[in-house]
Design a protein around this ligand. Structure first.
Ligand code: AMP
Length: 116
């Protein structure tokens, strides 16, 4: 399933170039075009899902898969020991700007809390 106007679906299909660093049967990961930390990677499902709001019990394996991929990428990127943050922005107040579910993986510096 893909959505024709979705930029992340177009990255999955190869129509738009991205710096892809991880791929498997369910997910891909690529470097954020506007990084907010030395390491800023987006992990997304290959299939289009608008947001966390569209998740149902059927997606529980997918959500787990995305987080396990994030953990493995953190190791690959050398930030597992120093630490990192995983974030899913949802909706307007959550700061979501791309309507294709994605996990942000941020690391490589000390991250402030609470987020802005
Ligand atoms: P969010 O605001 O949580 O929806 O996050 C969307 C993220 O996608 C932002 O951090 C953008 O910088 C990033 N982004 C948008 N377009 C691209 C692209 N073509 N390649 C890589 N990252 C992108």
């Amino acid at each position: 399933m893909s959505s024709i106007n979705c930029i992340f679906c177009r990255i999955v299909s190869g129509e738009i170039q991205a710096s892809i660093i991880y791929e498997d049967e369910l997910a891909i990961a690529f470097r954020d075009i506007n990084p907010q930390a030395p390491k800023h990677i987006l992990i997304i499902p290959r299939n289009h899902v608008d947001s966390m709001n569209k998740m149902s019990a059927e997606d529980k394996d997918l959500v787990g898969h995305l987080l396990i991929a994030a953990s493995s990428i953190a190791s690959q990127e050398g930030i597992a020991e120093t630490g990192y943050r995983t974030i899913i922005n949802t909706g307007e107040d959550g700061g979501q700007t791309v309507w294709h579910l994605h996990v942000h993986l941020l690391g490589g510096r000390s991250l402030g809390w609470p987020p802005g």
